[in-house]
Design a protein around this ligand. Sequence first.
Ligand code: SF4
Ligand code: SF4
Length: 392
Amino acid sequence: MADIEKPVLSEITGEFFDRVVAPAEIGEKVRSCLQCGTCTASCPVARFTERSPREIVRLVLTGREEEIMRPEVLYYCSACYSCAVRCPMGIRLTELVNLLRDVMVERGEGPLPTQQEMVKSVENYDNPWLLPRAQRDRWARKLSERVKVLPGKKAAVLYYPGCTAAYLPNMQKVALATAEVLNLAGVDFGIMGRDEVCCGSTAMRVGMKGLFLEQAGKNIEKINALGVEQVVTACAGCYGIMKLSYPDVAPLEPRVLHVSEMLARLVEEGSLRLGPLPRKVTYHDPCHLARHGGITDEPRKVLEAITGLEVVEMARTGENARCCGGGGGLRTGHPDEAARIASERQQEAVETGAEALVTCCPFCGMNLTDSLALGDGLPVLDLVELVFESAR
Ligand code: SF4
Ligand code: SF4
C-alpha cells in the first residue's frame, strides 16, 4: 500500500505538461496521479475510446502530445465527473479533459463537426438548437398574465429555464411546470423572455472557451441588471455552470439555486403542499447536480413530501449514479454511444420495478427518453412535473 500511495509519474513530466497543464488551476495536482485506474473503472465512455482516462493522464505527464491531442481521444467524455469524485488523489480529470479541448480548439482541431454546428448556433442565436431568438419565450405563452417578464416588471426571483426547456417542444413541459409550481407556492418570480441567452455550458464543454466567456459575460451583466435576489433554474447543466463557473468570469450578484433546493425549502416552510400521488418511481441524479453541484438530498426530500409516492432507488444513486450519457457534447458528437449509455441507465431503472423514471434536468430527460428507441425503459418525468401534478 505504501508504494501505491506514491505518485508514479511525477518525476518524468515533460515540456507539454509544463507548457499546457501546469499553469492551469488543476495542473500541479495532476502530478500526484497514482495510475491506479479508478478513473477508468468509473468512466461510462472509456470502453468506446482509444485512450482511457488513466492513459490520458499518463500521456499528459509523459509528454506524449501527439497521442493525446486528437479528437478521437478528447471528444469521448460526457463530463460526468465520476472520475473527479472518485480519484483518490482528488485530480479533477473532467477539468483536465476540458482544458485539453480548449487547446484543441485554439489549434483549430476541435470541436467535432456536429458540435461546430451547435456552437455556431450559440454564436448566431444564443441557443444551441438552431432556433431563432424570437422563439425563446414561446413556452410561456400558455401562461399569459401568470408570468412576469423582466426587466419591464420587477420580481425577487428570476426563473431561468435554459435553452433545452425553453426551445424543445418535448421539454417545454419542464419550463411550464416550473412556472406553475412557483406560482402555486406564491414565489415572486419573473423570466427574461426573449432577452435570455444560453448559459454557455454547451460552448464550454466542447472547448470553446472564448464563446463561453462571451455568453457568461452577457448573462452575468443582464442578470445583475435585473436586481433579483435569486436565480432559479430547473436545468442541472445551467445550474452547475452558473453556480460554479460564473464566479471565475465575473461576480453574479443573485444567489443561484437549482429548483429542487427551492422546492425543498418551500415544502419545509409549508408554502407548497403536495397531495396524494399513488405511484412507484425511481430517481436519476443528473451528473451536474449530484457530482458537480453536490445536490442529492433536496430532490429526494421533495419526492418524499408527496404522499402516496413510493420511491425506489436504483443500484447506483447519488454521487455514484450512472451518467445518462448526454453531457459534455457526447450526445452531439457521438449520438450512438450516448444513446447506449442512456439505455443502460434505463435498464437499471427497469430493474427497480418502478413505473416511471424521475429526474430533474431536461437534458437528462431528453437523452433518457430518446434511448427508449433502443429497447426497454421507463417513461421519464421531471421532478417539477410530478410536483405540479401533486400540488394541484
Ligand atoms: S483515479 Fe486519479 S490517481 Fe488514479 S489513475 Fe485516475 S487520475 Fe490517476
Ligand atoms: S468526466 Fe466522466 S466521461 Fe469524462 S473522463 Fe471522467 S468519467 Fe469519463
